[in-house]
Write a protein that binds this ligand. Structure first.
Ligand SMILES: [Zn+2]
Length: 50
């Protein structure tokens, strides 16, 4: 059972680390493993990616 999965190719808007964001579908949020920043749903992360 997958509780959270890596958001590949996305960069944290807080610390700027790439591939450190995990999506938790249960809680409906995204958490950064590096700085611990959390965000509800999808804000503006990974915006430079087309
Ligand atoms: Zn971060």
């Amino acid at each position: 059972m997958i509780l959270a999965y890596l958001l590949d190719g996305l960069r944290c808007s807080g610390c700027g680390v790439l591939n450190a964001l995990w999506h938790d579908p249960v809680r409906g949020l995204i958490e950064c493993r590096e700085c611990g920043q959390t965000a509800l749903t999808f804000p503006e992360i990974g915006k430079e990616d087309s």
